[in-house]
Design a protein around this ligand. Structure first.
Ligand code: GDD
Ligand code: MN
Length: 259
């Protein structure tokens, strides 16, 4: 063999040459509302896990005019990690989670999009598993699941567990989407698939997550699942209130009536 081809088949070199040939880029969308304490750590962890995996990535922070100064913290992080890694796409005021994602997608340059919470409930250590899963099955969507395999929820009180279980159960019964976690929001999408889904999506708030997975099934997209542990936030508080629960139920019934 000429030395060249021997080098190419050397298994130790394979991964780095594969990495170079791999043009995939992952855009992570981080919606924030009052996440000043959490943002530095989540960004640091993302940089760490992406750095180790070698995949190209960008982090898009969509802050909705947080009064706690989250945007200023994000600006500092941009200074530390670079404007190609941390992108800021703020909005004037709190306009809701669903539209924050849509806003972020418009600015994403990756061919894959990862959606996750910024409060450390979703640990970046799972992202390499999402990516591997996607590559294994060529999935259109990979959904983190708390309700299958080793998945779980830590730190929620009974009320919150019941709300989540109830929302999943009702949706399973009414819409039968056949995925184990319908209200979770730690997911990886092919960008063009996500754009298609968003075009058809009518919800604005938290119900967005559920609608996306239901629409994905309707349109025949393939969904892979990765068990995740969801750990309740340490800093700050949840923005999910009674209003969001009412709009979830409205959204669910609308979907039931229209699909
Ligand atoms: N930009 C923006 N605008 N971000 C927001 C808004 C908003 O109006 N509302 C919430 N966020 C951000 C938060 O800062 C956080 O990063 C993420 O969205 C999730 O918000 P939380 O308030 O922490 O949600 P949660 O922990 O109660 O709910 C989690 O579980 C739900 C169901 O299990 C989230 O994962 C939800 O997405 C999920 O539906
Ligand atoms: Mn949270």
């Amino acid at each position: 063999d000429p030395p060249e081809s021997r080098t190419r088949s050397n298994p130790l070199r394979k991964s780095s040459s594969k990495r170079q040939a791999n043009k995939d880029k992952y855009s992570v969308l981080l919606p924030t509302y009052n996440e000043r304490e959490n943002l530095p750590l989540i960004v640091w962890l993302l940089v760490k896990y992406f750095g180790e995996s070698g995949y190209d990535y960008e982090i898009i922070v969509i802050d909705d005019g947080s009064p706690d100064g989250t945007l200023q913290v994000a600006q500092q992080l941009q200074g530390i990690y670079g404007a190609h890694r941390v992108l800021l796409r703020p909005r004037e005021k709190k306009l809701g989670l669903g539209t924050a994602y849509i806003h972020g997608i418009k600015h994403a340059t990756g061919n894959f999009i990862i959606i996750m919470d910024a409060d450390l409930s979703h640990h970046p250590k799972f992202i390499p598993e999402f990516i591997q899963k996607q590559k294994e099955g060529g999935f259109d969507v990979v959904s983190g699941t708390r309700y299958s395999g080793n998945g779980g929820v830590y730190g929620w009180d009974l009320r919150r567990k019941l709300i989540s279980r109830g929302a999943n159960f009702l949706t399973q019964v009414l819409l039968r989407p056949g995925a184990s976690d319908l209200t979770g929001s730690f997911r990886l999408y092919k960008k063009e698939v996500l754009e298609q889904l968003v075009d058809r999506c009518v919800s604005k708030g938290y119900v967005f997550q559920m609608e996306m997975i239901v629409r994905a099934r309707q349109l025949g997209y393939s969904i892979g699942e990765v068990p995740i542990s969801f750990v309740d936030r340490v800093y700050g508080e949840s923005k999910l209130g009674g209003n969001e629960i009412v709009s979830f139920l409205k959204g669910l019934l609308t979907l039931f009536a229209t699909t």
